[in-house]
Design a protein around this ligand. Structure first.
Ligand SMILES: Nc1ncnc2c1ncn2[C@@H]1O[C@H](COP(=O)(O)OP(=O)(O)OP(=O)(O)O)[C@@H](O)[C@H]1O
Length: 580
């Protein structure tokens, strides 16, 4: 009952399954204790009836009083234990699930984030886990407990009188069959509602991220009406979904209650034919109210359980996406990066074909080629941000697919155009390069990266907060912080997306000076957009449409009269036009 399938269906952790078992056990005990209360009532009524018809009572008056006191105490205790087991433990499960998901997301290949965007993933971590929390705490223990206790009670009732037992309980399986029959419909409408909710949060997030562009292009009205439409659609599908669920839940509840009528009818018939006495019918009528009670509570929740399947599936999808794994230690012999017949696809579309080249330690290797030829992809593969389809990528003789990405990246620094900064001080943003670096170390790196001069103009110097993603800094300043980080890390491999392309001349000179300090003696793989910046490279790999079109030193390639030569000529021509 609580096997692997159960765990997967409700996206539970191992501890969560244990908690659900406990919750179920205490629910069964609680239901049986409550049912015992009906027995006591039956006993009291029996004595009362005996007195009414003038017989002397067969049980002493103290017996029911003591039983009632015992019942109240036991009932209080079992309800308390049930509450603790069903609600109390769930908060821990919510926390563990969120931590597991966050840890898993951290290790997922980058390609995964192209499939599910930020709003979508946030919805899983917050919304889907919240929905599951409700199911874990309010549904599972109660429902499974109700199944088991009702089965026990049903066996007892059949033992007493099978005809009355059937009249009393037939509604339960029929009501459940109806609900389970509607499962697909409910799950489908829940999927539609979820998709609509994600469209709304996507829309809001997009508006917040692109507020500058929206204003600059006077798109506010268009944007708002688009968002309005998404919200209306969400409202419409939510109402429709709730109506569908409500309809089935109410129908199931009515069917179950028909059991009261059939019990009275069959019971009256049995009394008239002398097969049972009135007290037995009375007992069944007492029991019936208690048998339905846990299900009544659960019926609406069952529907919620079906709806929650979408959330569980979305959580499971993160758990089940394979992560890049490998050895925790990375001990290469030197830091040459070797691409050996590497092919790679994004979503089954091959974008790199049989790429082979070596980026030697102590040298600058430049990747050049037209836009979309695969330069950035090569750089990302060199750091195992994705895994390749075929071939090998080795660093210092070690195949990087055998190394855990976290261990591997300790030997890499990356300086990309889109610098990521955090809403913290300049000092802390640089310190990210090396965990635990002292203030002195940070300041040395910052000076070497030419950060000093602009940081000293900030109101609190290195202690100045720089706003979300460094909103208060210029492009060149952000890049110098990123170079300072790399200098502080001082790792043997540097991946560089031609960091100076979008800077003005003064900033460019400063960033170049900082870079030249960073690159000494390292294995440098640079993605170059401008030919003049690669003229000083030791080795150039020219990519064209995912193939290596040519490679060699700048001088060799100039003599080849191939793509490289053409790109150099074109860029110097355009520079010439600009000057005229
Ligand atoms: N995340 C992605 N998902 C799917 N396809 C992608 C993804 N990133 C890049 N591509 C595709 O892979 C090919 C190579 O892209 P890549 O970014 O490596 O080229 P590039 O040479 O660096 O281009 P640019 O100079 O314009 O930055 C292109 O066809 C691009 O459309």
């Amino acid at each position: 009952m609580f096997g692997e399938k159960f765990q997967r269906t409700y996206a539970l952790t191992d501890q969560g399954v244990k908690n659900t078992k406990r919750g179920t056990l205490f629910t069964v005990i609680t239901n049986l204790v409550v049912m015992a209360g009906t027995g006591i009532l039956y006993l009291v009524m029996g004595s009362f009836m005996e007195i009414l018809i003038g017989k002397s009572a067969t049980t002493h008056i103290l017996v029911p009083i003591l039983l009632i006191i015992a019942f109240l105490l036991l009932s209080f205790l079992t309800h308390y234990l049930q509450y603790k087991a069903t609600y109390g433990l769930v908060y821990g499960e919510v926390k563990t699930t969120r931590l597991h998901l966050a840890e898993r997301l951290r290790k997922l290949p980058l390609g995964y984030f192209g499939k599910r965007d930020l709003a979508d993933l946030t919805e899983t971590l917050m919304g889907d886990v919240n929905r599951m929390e409700h199911v874990w705490s309010h549904v599972l223990g109660y429902l499974y407990g109700a199944y088991i206790s009702t089965a026990i009670i049903a066996i007892c009732l059949i033992f007493y009188n099978w005809k009355l037992a059937i009249a009393c309980l037939w509604g339960v399986p029929v009501a459940f069959a109806l609900l389970f029959g509607s499962r697909k419909l409910t799950a489908r409408s829940s999927q539609i509602t979820k998709a609509a909710a994600i469209r709304v949060s996507d829309g809001i997030q997009e508006a917040l991220e692109n507020v500058r562009e929206i204003r600059a292009t006077n798109q506010e009205k268009r944007y708002l009406s688009g968002l309005n439409e998404k919200i209306d659609q969400h409202e419409k599908v939510t109402i429709k979904g709730e109506l569908t669920t409500g309809l089935f839940v109410n129908a199931a509840s009515v069917i179950m209650r028909l059991g009261v009528a059939t019990t009275i009818l069959v019971g009256a018939n049995l009394i008239l034919s002398g097969q049972i006495d009135f007290m037995l019918l009375f007992l069944f009528l007492l029991v019936i109210t208690r048998v339905y009670a846990p299900f009544d509570q659960s019926l609406a929740l069952i529907a919620e359980m079906f709806v929650s399947q979408v959330s569980a599936d979305r959580i499971n999808e993160i758990y089940e996406t394979p992560i890049a794994t490998g050895s925790d230690t990375f001990k290469p012999q030197g830091h040459d990066i070797v691409f050996d017949h590497v092919s790679f696809s994004y979503d089954h579309k091959e974008v790199l074909h049989d790429v082979s080249f070596t980026a030697k330690e102590g040298q600058v290797t430049a990747l050049v080629g037209p836009s979309g030829s695969g330069k950035s992809t090569c750089a990302k593969l060199a750091a195992r941000l994705w895994d390749i389809d075929s071939g090998h990528i080795c660093v210092g003789g070690v195949d990087i697919s055998t190394v855990d990405p976290e261990a591997l990246l300790t030997d890499y620094s990356m300086v990309f155009q889109d610098v990521v900064l955090f809403d913290d001080t300049v000092m802390e943003n640089i310190r990210l390069g090396k965990r635990g670096a002292s203030d002195e170390e940070v300041l040395v790196a910052a000076k070497a990266a030419n950060c000093d001069e602009f940081v000293n103009l900030l109101p609190q110097g290195y202690a100045t907060p720089i706003g979300e993603n460094g909103a208060k800094l210029s492009g060149g300043e952000r890049q110098r912080i990123s170079i300072a980080r790399a200098l502080l890390k001082d790792s043997p491999i540097v991946l560089l997306d031609e960091a100076t392309a979008s800077l003005d001349v003064e900033n460019e000179t400063k960033v170049q000076a900082a870079l030249s300090r960073l690159l000494v003696g390292k294995t440098v793989l640079v993605i170059a957009h401008r030919m003049r910046t690669v003229a000083g490279a030791d080795h150039i790999v020219v990519l064209d449409n995912g193939y290596v079109a040519e490679q060699g030193s700048p001088a060799q390639l100039m003599q080849n009269h191939g793509i490289y030569r053409r790109m150099v000529d074109l860029q110097s021509e355009s520079a010439h036009w600009k000057m005229n």
